[in-house]
Design a protein around this ligand. Structure first.
Ligand code: TMP
Length: 298
């Protein structure tokens, strides 16, 4: 571990290097069979800035081929998004508001008759780009049979389409834990399982969103279902909000290395991110530091 530098010093902050080094050593000693990666999607695996503007989220990129319904969802966004970030609304009340937002937004997608073709077209026209190095990261983890759970309060089918179109490859070890659509004759008719919103996006969602025996790839003859993922007690967590650290709630982990991407309000948030995450990357950094890190962990 001596001389371990998971990125350019200017774009990386490690508040407690000794603690990080001892966590990395513990995960490495336990081996890749004990490791899982839990990652947020929007602005964590994807870039915050794309061609000089804010990159799209899985919700943000969606155009329904039905402008009236796109406008209705935009109006919901304008009403609820400030509430999502309000520091004064108590958590129970905010949870209700978020349930309300997701409920209304999903209902509009169904009512507006979203088609799978519209999803493909929206992704093709979107401003979404993965951070450089994400493909290498997923390939390395696939080689090592390390599962990657992508948790998102967005839309699973869209995230999968983004992976297909932007990475041109499917990964056996990657599972999307997000809101999954049910199509009938190419039109959206329902959502599967319990709604995942920003305030319940954690490993508990694994139990409600995916059927218990949903397979997580069949890499090297090792089939990970949701139960065996829970036995992988070392975690590399990637997120862009301090709340993303909750993604490993529900998992009784031994050692967790957390990586935070601080994309905005750097001066205001650096201190809290530095305390919350083991490693903080600034300035919309590429994923190469994390690629180096997983080489140390496995
Ligand atoms: P996440 O990507 O961090 O999991 O969070 C999902 C984001 O999606 C959250 O910040 C709110 C946003 N959102 C929309 O933009 N439009 C919508 O219709 C809904 C329900 C959420």
């Amino acid at each position: 571990m001596e001389g371990f530098h998971p990125g350019k010093a200017a774009d990386m902050v490690v508040a407690d290097r000794l603690a990080l080094e001892s966590k990395v050593a513990a995960i490495r000693a336990a081996g890749p069979a004990k490791l899982q990666v839990i990652a947020d999607f929007d602005a964590t695996l994807t870039k915050y800035w794309v061609d000089g503007r804010r990159g799209h989220s899985s919700h943000g990129l969606l155009q329904q081929d039905n402008p009236e319904f796109d406008a209705k969802r935009q109006a919901l966004y304008e009403y609820y998004h400030p509430l999502e970030f309000s520091p004064t609304i108590p958590i129970e009340e905010k949870t209700k508001l978020m349930e309300e937002w997701w409920g209304k937004s999903h209902a509009l997608l169904i009512e507006g008759g979203l088609s799978y073709d519209a999803i493909k077209k929206s992704v093709a026209n979107s401003a979404v780009a993965f951070r450089e190095g994400v493909a290498e990261l997923l390939e390395f983890l696939e080689e090592k049979n390390v599962p990657v759970l992508i948790f998102s309060a967005g839309l699973a089918d869209i995230i999968e389409e983004v992976l297909r179109q932007k990475l041109h490859k499917s990964f056996k070890n990657v599972k999307i834990i997000s809101n999954r659509m049910v199509f009938n004759d190419g039109k959206l008719v329902a959502f599967k399982g319990k709604t995942i919103h920003v305030l319940n996006k954690n490993e508990h969602a694994l139990d409600v969103a995916a059927p218990l025996h949903d397979k997580l790839g069949d890499v090297d003859g090792t089939i990970d279902d949701t139960d065996s993922v829970k036995k992988r007690t070392n975690v590399l967590l990637l997120g862009d909000h301090i709340g993303d650290l909750g993604m490993s709630d529900g998992l009784n982990y031994d050692t967790r290395v957390s990586v935070g991407f601080l994309n905005d309000n750097i001066e205001k948030s650096l201190e809290s991110y530095g305390k919350a995450f083991d490693i903080v990357y600034l300035n919309d950094s590429p994923m190469y530091g994390v690629v180096k890190l997983v080489n140390e962990l496995c």
